[in-house]
Design a protein around this ligand. Sequence first.
Ligand code: PMT
Length: 398
Amino acid sequence: MDSKTVVLGVTGGIAAYKSAELVSRLRKRGYTVHVIETKNATEFVTPLTFSTMSGQPCIVDTFDRPETWNVKHIALAQAADLFVVAPATANIIAKMAHGIADDMLSTTILATKAPILIAPAMNTGMWTAQATQDNMQILKSRGIHVIGPEGGKLACGDTGTGRMSEPCEIEQEIVQLLERPKDMQGLHVLITAGATREYLDPVRFITNESSGRMGFALAEAAMERGAEVTLVQGSTSVPQPAVTHSISVKTTQDLYDAVVSECSKADIVIQAAAPCDYRFEETYSQKMKKQSGEPVVLRMVENPDIAAEVGRRKQQGQTLVGFAAETEKLTDHAMKKLEKKNLDLIVANDVTMPGAGFNTDTNIVTLITREEMEPIPKMSKSQLAFVILDKILKLRNS
Ligand code: PMT
């Protein structure tokens, strides 16, 4: 039996009924579960249901006083190995983002030092509202884990994103968070993410569709496994995770400078960024004027190859990992890059496949080393990050 403790916050949304199943699943795994409901949540599911399912008193109000908890919010905050909020309404997300502590749940969350996982659930309009998205960005930047929300038909009749993830998926995420080994403690990992931009003038640039998701997932996973992470990111379109050290860059030359200056400190270098291979030969300090009727010819010159330079500088004991974004001859091209850049592992993705490559939540890759080729089925970039890190640790220990 595992004696880990999960404190589950349940807030006022129709998805609260699914949280009873979540409690049951967690108890079957041997976890101790304490439930804190907000007042609104009790309109959907009674505290009696949660007390019965968890075998512990369900706490609602800050002034409830079961004998075992003297200063309950502090005691529960300290008892938690993991704090989960499911469903998490727009209201609790806003309170968490801004440190508001006006009931038992928000007070306990503010006091806890445990990792936190939230499963947002709300109407699509509320989810996509700028205020909610800004608050989510704040929470993610503090290292709070998020699962969902999913798309589909919502209880309010709308169709869109806002449905809480299923209890079995939340359970899997909880297990992963609670059982993850800290097997990267003492390792320093340098990770690149996102796209670079090459400017023609102050308002025009070329770039690509990299969102940063793949590199960020790797950074998050490495942090969770106890590594020290330096993240060098170009332009990205999703919230950046909390890491040990982060550097923002714009152009491929900037990325080159940052990576070359940081790489000697790293045990592992993972280059998931999508740098522009070319830059404009001539650039303009003022907006280039339109020349009506005249074709414009813009010459481009090659950018430095960052991974190849890191490969040249490779130190003993260092593990170098690159990605290959291909549209044809996936493994042939990837293997050439593995050699040319002196990598230990290349993660090859065919970016033409649905659910793979740029700007998706999932990826489909083949892990290629000098000895073997391992196709990995489609999975979320977060899950894949763990698979890639497992592979890296296996290579380092072989
Ligand atoms: O960010 P996401 O939206 O999640 O998308 C993920 C991704 C598609 C960007 C990622 O999975 C990926 O494939 N990253 C590598 C993209 C790329 O530039 O591939 P490439 O085959 O052109 O480059 C091969 C390797 O050399 C890469 O590790 C790249 O970082 C590196 N490189 C490329 C060009 C350059 N001038 N210097 C480099 O170091």
